[in-house]
Design a protein around this ligand. Structure first.
Ligand SMILES: Nc1ncnc2c1ncn2[C@@H]1O[C@H](COP(=O)(O)OP(=O)(O)OP(=O)(O)O)[C@@H](O)[C@H]1O
Length: 325
């Protein structure tokens, strides 16, 4: 395998780094998305001299990422969706190899939210960007010791699908998934939670009955939603108070039309937070970590600032919400 020094387009912007890749590995989930990408992605990898490992089942990408780290790999491509990326990052953390590994996200999943957030649209572009694109260090969330790239969600949407029809997204913006979950809301008992967050050095708290608590690393949930600032060391934290179904639509509509956070929506940015079940008799809280189900009584979540090295596409914008558009 050849040693290549990679041009870094945005040196010396904070977060970029020159690096020698050494051997490149590709972890490929053949079942992600519509599962018709394997040949195409294999060819892209083989043409560029990648060592290719296919996953054989859930959790396998964790082991493969650990093996890659043990083999001294500095450039690890991952073909799959957000779930496969989640596993690969977990493996790198387990191997204590985050600092010496750059991850190239090859979008072949259903939603590929993290890939979109770092400006990668297609598998071909993902491989091209490894050769010629920029590399950044972006924030990583950690929930109960487990890293996440995209989001950690408790409550209603942890049970319902986070994906939503285009029409609902068009009408209600980032709260569309709640409108989508209304049928479930009727039977949903609510989340009885205490949330304590450290925001700007101050402690802020929220206690009560919530529909959901949303913690985004790469995702925002209020106003137009979309991508969060991935290099500010902060997590987006939103709690949506339990409210009657009609009010959820009204709230979502207010956000869409007025671009504001309403009375039923708590929003802050935090470097760390704790979410606990209200009293000891409550059932554990169901969470969705990058789409993977987890259950915890208490969960401490923090941001590991700029600790994940990733190849980014030309459209990557550190903080699109601050651009004024
Ligand atoms: N060979 C395999 N067979 C079955 N499941 C697998 C295999 N390899 C990985 N998996 C599992 O597939 C799950 C889904 O993968 P992933 O999230 O990457 O794709 P997706 O759901 O299509 O995309 P997205 O999460 O972006 O919507 C992961 O939880 C992973 O554990």
């Amino acid at each position: 395998m050849s040693e290549r020094t990679i041009p870094v387009a945005d040196e010396p912007v904070a977060g970029a780094m020159p690096q020698t890749d050494g051997q490149r590995w590709l972890v490929l989930n053949p079942t992600s998305g519509s599962a018709d990408h394997t040949e195409r992605v294999r060819t892209l990898g083989e043409e560029r001299d990648y060592h290719i490992e296919e996953t054989t089942g859930p959790g396998h990408a964790i082991d493969l990422a650990e093996r890659a780290a043990e083999a001294g790999v500095n450039l690890l491509a991952v073909a799959g969706g957000d779930g496969t990326l989640h596993e690969v990052v977990g493996g790198l953390v387990r191997a204590d190899a985050l600092d010496r590994t750059t991850v190239a996200v090859v979008p072949t999943g259903t939603e590929n939210i993290f890939a979109q957030n770092v400006g990668i649209e297609t598998p071909e572009q993902a491989f091209d960007v490894v050769e010629t694109g920029a590399r950044r260090r972006v924030d990583l969330g950690v929930a109960g010791g487990e890293p996440f790239t995209m989001s950690c969600i408790a409550g209603l949407v942890a049970n319902a699908s986070v994906s939503t029809s285009d029409e609902l997204k068009e009408r209600f913006g980032s709260l569309a998934f709640l409108v989508n979950g209304l049928q479930e809301a009727a039977s949903f008992d609510g989340l009885h939670i205490d949330l304590t967050a450290t925001s700007n050095g101050e402690e802020v708290t929220w206690s009560g009955d919530a529909l959901c608590a949303l913690v985004g690393n790469s995702r925002r949930f209020v106003e137009e939603g979309g991508q969060a600032n991935l290099e500010d060391g902060l997590l987006e934290v939103v709690v949506i108070e339990r409210m009657p179904a009609g009010d959820i639509v009204a709230e979502a509509f207010a956000q869409r039309v007025f671009g504001r956070t309403g009375d039923n929506v708590f929003h802050t940015q935090a470097s760390q937070l704790t979410i606990s079940a209200f009293d000891d008799h409550d059932d554990p809280i169901d969470f969705s970590l990058d789409g993977e189900p987890r259950s915890h009584d208490d969960l401490t979540i923090h941001c590991r600032p700029r600790s994940l090295r990733v190849c980014v596409g030309p459209e990557y914008d550190v903080s699109p919400a601050d651009d004024g558009d």
